[in-house]
Design a protein around this ligand. Sequence first.
Ligand SMILES: Nc1ncnc2c1ncn2[C@@H]1O[C@H](COP(=O)(O)OP(=O)(O)O)[C@@H](O)[C@H]1O
Ligand SMILES: [Mg+2]
Length: 352
Amino acid sequence: MGLFDDVLGSGESLFKNEDALEYEFLPKILPFREREQRELAGCIAPLLQGRNGRNVLVHGAPGIGKTAAARAVLREVEEKSEDVSVVYLNCWHANTTYKVYLEICDQLGYKFTQNKNSTDLLKVLTSMMNKRTAVLVFDEIDKAEEFDFLYGLVEELFKKSLILITNYKSWLLELDERVKSRVMPELIEFRQYDAKETREILKQRLDAAFVPGVWEPAAFDLVAERAATSRDIRAGLFLLKQAGQRAESVASKKVTAEHVRSAVAAIGEFTVKSKDDLGEEEQFIFDLIKKQDGAMKMGDVYNEYKRQGGKASYKTFQRKIAALDEGRFISLERKTGDGGNTTLVNRKITDY
Ligand SMILES: Nc1ncnc2c1ncn2[C@@H]1O[C@H](COP(=O)(O)OP(=O)(O)O)[C@@H](O)[C@H]1O
Ligand SMILES: [Mg+2]
C-alpha cells in the first residue's frame, strides 16, 4: 500500500555530507568571487617568484565570503609553491602583538616559545620566515587590541604580503599613522551578493550536502529568500542544516517548506535584529537618528542626544552607536577632511 514510502528507513540519511554546511567548509569553487580572488592572487603573485608582495585590506559586510576567498587563495598558494610560508590568524583570538607572534611561531612549528617575550618571538619568526617569502592573513583585524605586530612584521619580513580582513573599512582610518604608512594596503571591496547569487551559492552547498532530490523546491525557495533578506550566506547554511535535521528527526524522506519554517523560528540571531531587541538607550538613539535626513556627524548626533536629555558619556554613546551599526540599524562611514577624521552616521540600511 506504500504507507511507508515517505518514511526514511533506519540507517538512511538525507545527508550525504553534512560537513558541507559548516561555515568553515571551503568549497572547491567559490562562485561570484573570481575577481576578488584574482585580485588577492595578484598581490601575492610576486612572492612565488621570490619578489616582494603587496599588502591588502579586504573589506565588506559580514557573511559574504571574505574569509572563504582568502582561504581559497591560500590553499592555492600552498598547492603551487613550497617557497612561500603561509599563515592565517583570526584576530579575535590573536588580539595582541604577543599573541600574534606566539601564534605565528606555533603555526611555523616552533616549540620553544616559553619565557620568550614579543621581541624574542619576532626574531625567531622572522629568521624562520625570511628563508622564504611569506603571506600572512589577519582576519577580523578590527578585533585586535594593538597593532604593533603589523609594524614589526612589515619592518622585519623581507618579502611578504599582509592580507588584512575587516567588516569595517573605517578601521583603516583609525589605525596609527606610523603603522598605516608602513602597511599601505591596497583595498579590495567585497560587495553583497544579490538574491540570485545567494541562491546559486546555497544550491551548490545543498548539492554537496544532501542526497539528490530530497529537497522540495518550495522549501529551498524559502531558504534562498530568507538568506537573501538577511544578506548573510551563513543564514542560508544554517537553515539548510536545521531544516534537514528536522526532516530527518521525523524520518521524512523529503525536506519540506514546513521543516524550513520551523527552522526559521530558530534563526533569530541571523536576521537584522528587530527593534524590540534594542535596549532603551539604543532605542532612544536610534529614534533620534531615524528622524534625520541623510548622514550626520557623530559629534552632532551626540549633541542632539544630550540636548534631548541623554546622559551617557561620549565613550558609552559611541559603544551604543557601534552596537546599532553591528545590528545593521544604521551604518557608519569615516570621512577624512581638513579638520581630521569624522564619523558619519547614516540612518538606513535595511530595505525590508
Ligand atoms: N561564493 C561563495 N561560494 C560558496 N560559499 C560561500 C561563498 N561566499 C560565502 N560562502 C560561504 O558563506 C559563509 C560565510 O562566508 P565567510 O567567508 O565566512 O564570510 P565573511 O568572512 O565575509 O564574514 C561561509 O560558510 C562560506 O563558505
Ligand atoms: Mg570572515
